[in-house]
Design a protein around this ligand. Structure first.
Ligand code: ATP
Length: 457
């Protein structure tokens, strides 16, 4: 049995997670900023998280469920002896993201040698019992520099009251980032309310956002509280804000400016205290230029824009995400992924971004059963082959398209052509949810594309 009183094995290396897996006790490695850089399966089980979720968590988040950097000094929950190899033991009342606390004993030491600065943590549940299964908190998995920068920005803006606009292709994780932002804010104990503008018509959006009074319209047989009010003290996440009809945009702007709303059919104003986070995959600036989006609302929403890069521009995240999804799908025993599978995944473009990867892994976990995941279990959802270097996204027609003797296929932001959508629907016997899965997009994204394609040539 490995003990912290011995010198730890060379733990962090490209193969580090495999080495750490040899330690039977729950074990974590933190870097000198106290962020998790490796965790074994036993630690993930003890903390009721996946290893992917643990990666990158800071000491505060790990022990007290509060995201953010190490506060340093006495505020840091880890009281370490300075010398390499010296072991410190400490008891903490660890609190997870759901606010549940659990006594934990931690043995810590600095890792000596090449890996100086790293901290090894051995975790012992105080009552000796294993963690009970709890709903996993939504965590943003990703170890790339781009994601580290993004998380830094999100964690800086979270405690403020700024309106944040999340930008990125479909499936990149905008909603997941919004959840994280809410969790890092002082409103974390309040509600996070989501409204998807692409799924609602103009009148419905107003009734959903602001609520209505009894008798406001046919069918309004009782008063209904709107989502702005439901988000009181919390966060209102307005997804696909680019799909919001113009008339509704001015009402939203007024609500944002005045922090008060009026229910449909009502006369009184109601004060609302909801922090607004909006998201879109559309180019709002271009929509403003075309007169499709109100300029004043654009500037109000874009007070703090945050770009979430597509997965193909942060390939370092692919394996961490794939392993996270495999664990989520109950495939922890199938970890780590075979090199051949990892190569297959990292060579692919992922037009459907993280959502597509999640679907691919979910399917592979089922096909692999109790055995390891093999390349033949990986079925890409688009027929797009291995990576083509690209800084532009799949939104654009292929380069050289001008020279084609016929018009290029009408493409959408996900690289979804009419032909791909038709093929997916045919293969799914017209079932939209299944077709969306095949294409690696959400059902509502597919619905949006169907509407767009049916309105164009
Ligand atoms: N960094 C991440 N870590 C863990 N899971 C993620 C991450 N990014 C995305 N996901 C998962 O991938 C799926 C798609 O993410 P999400 O719904 O947040 O994307 P989106 O950009 O909001 O998509 P859309 O534009 O279609 O609404 C979800 O199941 C989400 O939980």
């Amino acid at each position: 049995m490995f003990s912290l009183h011995q010198s730890p094995p060379p733990l962090v290396h490209p193969d580090g997670e495999q080495v750490i897996e040899l330690i039977p006790e729950p074990f974590l490695i933190l870097d000198n900023a106290h962020r998790v850089v490796a965790a074994n399966q036993a630690a993930a089980r003890l903390l009721s998280q996946t290893r992917g979720m643990l990666m990158g968590q800071g000491c505060q988040e790990l022990l007290f469920g509060r995201p953010g950097p190490c506060p340093g000094g006495d505020a840091c929950p880890l009281t370490l002896q300075s010398g390499a190899g010296q072991v410190t033991e400490q008891r903490v009342e660890a609190r997870n993201h759901q606010g549940r606390s659990r006594p934990l004993k931690i043995r810590m030491s600095r890792v000596a040698g090449d890996a100086e600065g790293l901290v090894g943590l051995q975790l012992l549940a105080e009552n000796g019992t294993q963690a009970h299964k709890e709903k996993m908190p939504a965590r943003v998995v990703g170890r790339s520099q781009a994601m580290a920068r993004l998380m830094h920005v999100v964690e800086r803006v979270a405690p403020t009251s700024a309106t944040v606009l999340l930008l990125g292709e479909s499936g990149v994780g905008k909603e997941r980032v919004a959840e994280h932002l809410h969790r890092c804010s002082e409103r974390a104990d309040g509600p996070l309310v989501v409204v998807d503008c692409s799924a609602l018509g103009e009148q419905l959006i107003e009734a959903e956002l602001f609520g209505y009074e009894k008798g406001a319209f046919t069918g309004a047989d009782r008063r209904k509280i709107g989502l702005f009010e439901a988000a009181q003290g919390g966060t209102l996440f307005i997804d696909e804000v680019g799909e919001m009809p113009l008339a509704m945009q001015s009402k939203l702007l007024r609500a944002l400016e005045a922090s008060r709303i009026r229910r449909v059919g009502g006369t009184d104003y109601i004060d609302v205290d909801a922090r607004v986070v909006a998201a879109t995959h559309r180019d709002l600036g271009a929509m403003v230029a075309r007169g499709e989006f109100r300029e004043d609302l654009y500037y109000r929403l874009a007070a703090f824009p945050v770009d979430i890069p597509p997965l193909r521009e942060r390939r370092e995240d692919i394996i961490a995400l794939a392993e996270h999804f495999l664990e989520e799908a109950g495939g922890a025993h199938q970890l780590p992924l075979a090199r051949s599978v990892a190569e297959l995944l990292t060579d692919y473009q992922f037009p459907g971004n993280v959502r597509e990867l999640k679907n691919i892994i979910g399917r592979a976990a089922i096909l692999a059963g109790p055995g390891p995941v093999l390349p033949e279990h990986i079925a890409f959802q688009s027929r797009q082959g291995p990576a083509v270097p690209s800084t532009q996204d799949a939104f654009d027609v292929p380069s050289g398209a001008d020279a084609l003797p016929f018009p290029p296929p009408r493409r959408t932001r996900n690289g979804l052509t009419r032909e791909r959508i038709r093929a997916a629907l045919e293969a799914s016997d017209g079932h939209r949810s299944e077709a969306a899965q095949r294409l690696g997009v959400s059902e509502r994204t597919l619905y949006r594309h169907l509407q767009r394609l049916s309105s164009g040539p």
